[in-house]
Design a protein around this ligand. Sequence first.
Ligand code: CAO
Length: 415
Amino acid sequence: MKALEGVRILDMTHVQSGPTCTQLLAWFGADVIKVERPGVGDATRGQLRDIPGVDSLYFTMLNHNKRSVTLNPKTEQGKRIFTRLIEECDVMVENFAPGAIDRMGFPWEKIQQINPRMIYASVKGFGPGPYEDCKVYENVAQCTGGAASTTGFLDGPPLVTGAQIGDSGTGLHLALGIVTALYHREKSGKGQRVECAMQDGVLNLCRVKLRDQQRLAHGPLKEYSQYGQGIPFGDSTPRAGNDSGGGQPGWILKCKGWEHDPNAYVYFITQAAVWGNICDLIGKPEWKEDPGYAKPEARLDKIPQIFDAIEEWTRTLDKFDVMRACNPLNIPCGPILSMKELAEEPSLRDTGTVVEVDHPTRGKYLTVGNPVKLSDSPSEVLRSPLLGEHSDEILKDVVGLSDAEIAAAREEGAV
Ligand code: CAO
């Protein structure tokens, strides 16, 4: 039995943040019913298409293991069907612009009235406050949540990251909120509202940068490279390039072939406990006893110079050979892996983290499977649904409509 088997989700999500959340719940076994506008569907079905007329990878990779029903809750019959779905589901998830579900005629108070056990979960760009009515996409959240101001190099502009911390990150937060509310409902018998703002989710992921903001009041951030470079600190957490962000200094270093391969680099951490091993490995055994280098505090004003010396060594080796040399010595490091290398990595295929899926109109494609592994409830990745593929079965089995009632709903444009 899957961990969330028996939990039914009314999935009113679109684009990325909400679908990430409901896809995770579906992988864990929930019955996720994705409600889409008749004839239109989730906008991402048609975005960034690589094959004409076929659901995009953007859509297919975010909507596995779900069923699709088309429904317009703004029509008369659509409202009746939607009300029945609220009665029959445990959780409703949405990430429309602020107020959209209310405008459909289903504010939280009404949803609660229809089904007091309903858990109603939403992603919005911002929480209550000056920006609560704004529409928000990924990079806006990265910029307003503190990620962009602290990402990039000191002498360059703020940078956004390729990791979708605003969309997928908030979806993950929301999924935890939903499961927590389901657990609470076991005891209270009641549903509740679950909300996660993208700004809040990003700020939560940037927690260590707010830590550093407060440390600045007590002096320079000595583990930042700029300290060793003699560059003064301003009044807010600066961009730190590839500095580690933790107590053990780290940096990205060139490896053999960096001149023509954009990913011939390695992340290298000068773990204090194995400093002696590092000195031996890079041919600087004298640094083990030198008072200017032996202790971590003594090294703080020389971090850039130390990484220059380590790079002299890493440049002589392939990035995987650097890792092979460091691992037995307990020196933490990691090669910079390209998407091509990740897609082809056999161990990720073996664990189901990278999965090949077959789709009726697109054929075979790769996706990222469930990164969370449960020992007794393994996840299988099932292809995303076509638009309205499960409309009839859901309208019959979940909503309880007859064939004639379904035909009438279609006539009205409700389905
Ligand atoms: N039947 C009929 N109408 C439907 C429908 C259905 N099944 N599903 C949605 N709609 C309607 C909504 O009612 C809404 O109409 P109104 O504005 O007239 O009330 C409209 O479709 C969708 O509205 P939207 O404003 O949410 O869509 P958008 O493309 O303009 O904005 C986005 C997209 C993502 C910016 C916005 O939804 C948003 O800010 N969401 C919250 C933050 C968020 O999740 N951002 C992440 C985006 S990427 O994951």
